[in-house]
Design a protein around this ligand. Structure first.
Ligand code: PEP
Ligand code: MG
Length: 844
């Protein structure tokens, strides 16, 4: 029968899953010959059995006794001995670290007799035992003990603690060492299921059924006087990654004093003077540990009477900057390979470096929380409309645009603002998508915010705010803060470039950017984009000098009038395309023809200038415009719109080719196609129009953003040179979740209540939407084996979704310029995972 208990020097098959992180660390250190206290680990199997039975499983108590007896032999002390007894700590240790979530009890095995008349540290140990035991095993309110603590009179404190224990439990503090141990182990098992541990696991996606291991470890004392002490140390600086020893030391103290912050520790160098021999041994030991684990370590240690013990070692949590520096250095030192270095960087954490963020040392109160729609932090004065934002921006003020939600009408204000805060809308709302594209912080769907645009006031969780009041938003966390908070600027550096360069050598998928302007295209290139996967042409229609012409086109009474307006738009579109082609010289550019419903370009009914416009607005009004006259349906109903766009594209391509000698790689994309016949007609229109213009090479393809398009991809592929998955609309249509309304409403509830684990507009719903994509890939390739496949929905820049796209066999992902670096890394990690090198996150 398999054992439930293993000594640290006893080989166990189950590794970390069985022994937990702390247990496996102690076992490995013991086996490496590193000085650690003796002890044994009760496995996670035992914990799971305990949770099932509500009691120790048969045989466990006997096994613990056997290992305890062995520990007595190793240490030469007896458990429960009234004179100089063996004392142990009972420590939790799950397979995945859950810092501070579960319980530990020190000094188990001490009783009245052994403590009586003992040295100060023995008395101190006893009062700590009663306190920890009372709090953890019997759930006594910690305040009861802390209120009665008198460090100057320990015998009195012990009496008081024992009295409190009896008052609270109706029993005397147990004197039987084995009873103490048994109940301590149970308490640690049970601490796995406390509400705070459950909440932590839910937040960090840790399964509930793992259970924790329990480590029973010989106590060593750092509080035995001058030649004792305790500390924590990192093998490299966890905030910069700089090589060297970083840490803290506390003379004549126990580890919990460091953690609890009761006394202020000294720098680790102080140990060199106080305990030179132990220090030297420590430095040598941790160097070996780093070499063994081939990663930066975070180590806890104690010196008892000059003798060094390591209590724990683990991969150090680190900032993104430190992760990059340590990875690059470790490759230089020959400690790890480039592949391992790439696998160790958390793409989501890298985001920190690309945007300004709140100084981690700043203290502030969070007034409200919304969706973390676009990363980065910004402080500025509140403005409630885009015109004011633009004006104040021009005056050099830092402003935050605060809206119920944004529309294409707000673009100029968004450009001028430092950040955007909306009360409504989700991760693919206009505000979120546009802010991400601009690399600007955005907190969206902040339900605690109400906005009164006319009165120019807002309320944030009840606090009234007016124009000019300063707020800070953190688009990486969704936090909204009243007032200004210190920020840290972006930190892209050489290490960043080095690691991304390695990632580029390892990945198979290409990474493109979603960019609508020459400036965005240039930015995207700087970040390493290999082309444009989505240029949304409607954004060009929104510019101040074009919107009136677009409105003219929409208001046109007949085709001739419409064509006349379109003729005026053509040169604008052409010059935009020329700029983008030049910025992306030598790289492919996918241009999507007009997609949004036309009413988006008209003012609201109230703002309409005359009856004619009002009646046009009414005629275009739809109950469900996202499922209405939009996408290729526009192009089929009013072909002259798409004709104009195709003409502009082809003319721009010819002009750039003639000017630079470099022919752009043009891809013309039709949105919202569901039927082969739609694309057949539009392909025909595209080719016929292009032929009238110039002899330029181009591809014709389609967005795949409707379930029908996925299912009938075999037919659609006959008309397409490429597919680009529009997973924003595909998520909306496959799940029946409105992009505009789900977040902040039922979806928020779903996420809070655990109906769904993740927001499907942020992280691809792999088993639903992902399956539809798999069908489309398979059927599309059946018809056309070499059809080009990409993704341009917001998921194209989300690390988990990028990995999924790799396994689907897509040729590229496309995302906003600021997410291109993350996508490069995630694509490399996907390729590495395929060859067996799994990504490991060690982020802080
Ligand atoms: C999509 O639907 O995923 C997409 C990229 O198009 P848009 O967000 O413009 O609808
Ligand atoms: Mg779409």
């Amino acid at each position: 029968m398999a054992s439930y208990v293993y000594d640290f020097d006893e080989p166990a098959e189950g590794g970390r899953d069985l022994l937990g992180g702390k247990g496996i660390g102690l076992a490995e250190m013991t086996q490496l010959g590193v000085p650690v206290p003796a002890g044994f680990t009760i496995t996670t199997d035992a914990c799971r059995a305990y949770m099932e039975l509500g009691d120790f499983p048969p045989g466990l108590a006997e096994e613990v006794d056997e290992h305890l007896a062995r520990l007595e032999r190793t240490t030469g002390k007896r458990f429960g001995d009234p004179k100089d007894p063996l004392l142990v700590s009972v420590r939790s240790g799950a397979a995945i670290s859950m810092p501070g979530m579960m319980d530990t009890i020190l000094n188990v095995g001490l009783g009245d007799e052994a403590a009586a008349g003992g040295e100060r540290f023995v008395l101190d140990s006893y009062r700590r035992l009663i306190q920890m035991y009372g709090e953890t095993v019997d759930h006594i309110d910690p305040h009861r003990f802390s209120d009665a603590l008198d460090e100057d009179d320990l015998p009195k404190t012990i009496d008081a603690f024992k009295r409190i224990y009896k008052e609270e439990t109706g029993r005397d503090f147990p004197q039987d060492a084995k009873e103490q141990l048994g109940r301590a182990v149970r308490a640690v098992f049970e601490s796995w299921n406390t509400p705070r541990a459950q909440r932590y696991r839910r937040h960090h996606d840790i399964p509930d059924d793992l259970g924790t291991a329990v480590n029973v470890v010989q106590m060593v004392f750092g509080n035995k006087g001058e030649r004792s002490g305790t500390g924590v140390a990192f093998t490299r600086d966890p905030s910069t990654g700089e090589a060297g020893l970083y840490g803290e030391f506390l003379a004549d103290a126990q580890g919990e004093d460091v953690v609890a912050g009761i006394r202020t520790p000294e720098k680790i160098e102080a140990m060199r003077e106080r305990l030179p021999e132990a220090f030297e041994q420590f430095v040598e030991t941790i160097r070996r540990l780093e070499e063994h684990y081939r990663d930066m370590q975070d180590i806890e240690f104690t010196v008892e009477d000059g003798k060094l013990y390591l209590l724990q070692t683990r991969s150090a949590k680190r900032t993104a900057a430190a992760a990059l520096k340590a990875a690059v250095d470790m490759v230089d030192e020959g400690l790890i390979t480039r592949e391992e270095a790439v696998a160790r960087i958390d793409p989501a954490q890298l985001d920190q470096l690309l945007h300004p963020r709140i100084d981690p040392d700043a203290s502030y109160d969070v007034a409200a929380k919304g969706l973390n729609a676009s990363p980065g932090a910004a402080s500025g004065q509140i403005v409630f409309d885009a015109d004011t934002a633009e004006q104040r921006g021009k005056d050099g003020d830092a402003v935050i645009l605060v809206r119920w939600e944004t529309t294409p009408d707000d673009i100029h204000g968004m450009i001028a603002a430092q950040g955007i805060l909306t009360a409504h809308g989700g991760m693919t709302s206009h505000a979120a998508v546009v802010a991400r594209g601009m690399g600007k912080p955005c907190v969206a769907g902040c339900e605690a915010l109400s906005v009164d645009v006319d009165a120019k006031t807002a309320a944030l969780n009840g606090t009234k705010l007016g124009e000019g009041d300063v707020i800070t938003i953190d688009g990486g966390t969704g936090e909204v803060i009243i007032g200004e908070v210190a920020l840290i600027p972006p930190e892209i550096n050489e290490d960043f470039e080095t690691v991304l360069g390695w990632a580029d050598d390892l990945r198979r998928m290409k990474v493109r950017a979603n960019a609508d302007t020459p400036e965005d295209a240039a930015k995207a290139r700087e970040f390493g984009a290999q082309g444009i996967g989505l240029c949304r042409t409607e954004h060009m229609f929104m510019a101040e000098d074009r919107l009136p012409v677009v409105r003219e086109m929409i208001m046109a009474g007949d085709e001739d009038e419409r064509r006349a307006a379109l003729d005026k738009l053509l040169p604008h579109q052409q010059s935009d395309f020329e700029g983008i082609f030049e910025a992306m010289a030598g790289l492919p550019v996918t241009i999507r023809l007009l997609d949004p419903p036309l009413h988006e370009f008209l003012p609201s009914l109230e703002e309409a200038r005359d009856d004619r416009m009002r009646s046009r607005i009414r005629a275009l009004q739809e109950a469900n415009p996202m499922l209405g006259t939009r996408g290729c349906r526009l192009g089929l109903q009013w072909p002259e719109i798409y004709e104009m766009q195709v003409r502009a594209i082809i003319r721009a391509a010819a002009a750039v080719r003639d000017r630079t000698g470099d022919a752009p790689l043009v891809e013309i994309m039709h949105p919202l196609v569901g039927f082969q016949e739609e694309l057949r007609r539009l392909r025909e229109l595209t080719i016929a129009t292009a032929e009238e213009e110039a002899d330029v090479e181009y591809l014709v393809g389609t967005m795949i953003e409707l379930p029908r398009a996925c299912i009938r991809a075999d037919e659609i592929a006959e008309e397409a040179d490429f597919f680009s998955f529009g997973t924003n609309d595909l998520t909306q249509t496959a799940l029946g979740f409105s992009r505009d309304d789900a977040e902040g409403k039922f979806l928020t509830y779903y996420l809070q209540d655990g109906v769904l684990e993740r927001n499907p507009f942020e992280t691809l719903d792999q088993s639903g939407v992902g399956d539809l994509m798999a069908i489309a890939v398979e059927r599309g390739r059946e018809t056309k084996p070499d059809i080009k496949l990409g993704i341009c929905g917001e998921h194209g820049g989300e690390p988990m979704s990028v990995r999924f796209c790799h396994t689907l066999g897509l040729d590229y992902v496309s995302c906003s310029p600021y997410r291109v670096p993350l996508a490069r890394l995630a694509a490399a990690q996907a390729a590495l995972a395929e060859s067996g090198v799994e990504a490991v996150s060690v982020g802080g």
